[in-house]
Design a protein around this ligand. Structure first.
Ligand SMILES: [Zn+2]
Length: 142
């Protein structure tokens, strides 16, 4: 029987389930408590299971994945509509600019929630009980 050296006694956290819960804007642990207390501001603790949720470091990844997803929806749409209907440019602008904004604002909380779920499941950053914040150099190493 093998043991992982980094987390021998920690319970398993299913990655797919945590990502699904996060993408539904729910706590990655229980899937019941809300993940956000605002549009993108995550809660400190789950209201249902008291799991710590403030350790995430989603940073620039949610906007990156949002742009990736929205771009793969909008660009084929623009090309297909142009090829099929050849509308005036103002019609393109009237359709695709609002759609891009609406899709981006709708998908961003989902990608951030999924990434919080992934980080929680992988015990990244402060989700790992053995994690030591190493922002400032200490006398020993610097
Ligand atoms: Zn919870």
């Amino acid at each position: 029987m093998s043991e992982e050296a980094s987390s021998p006694a920690l319970p398993e956290r299913p990655i797919g389930r945590a990502i699904r819960h996060g993408a539904r804007l729910k706590c990655p642990n229980c899937g019941i408590g809300p993940l956000y207390r605002g549009y993108l501001k995550s809660v400190e603790y789950c209201a249902s299971c008291t799991e710590e949720l403030y350790h995430h470091r989603a940073d620039d990844a949610p906007p990156y994945f949002t742009i990736l997803i929205v771009g793969h929806i909008i660009m084929p749409g623009i090309l297909l509509v142009e090829k099929a209907l050849k509308p005036d440019l103002w019609i393109h602008a009237a359709i695709w600019i609002p759609l891009t904004i609406i899709l981006s604002l709708s998908i961003l909380p989902v990608t951030k929630g999924a990434l919080i779920g992934l980080q929680w499941a992988l015990r990244m950053h402060g989700y790992d009980p053995n994690f030591v914040e190493d922002i400032y150099p200490t006398a020993q190493n610097g």
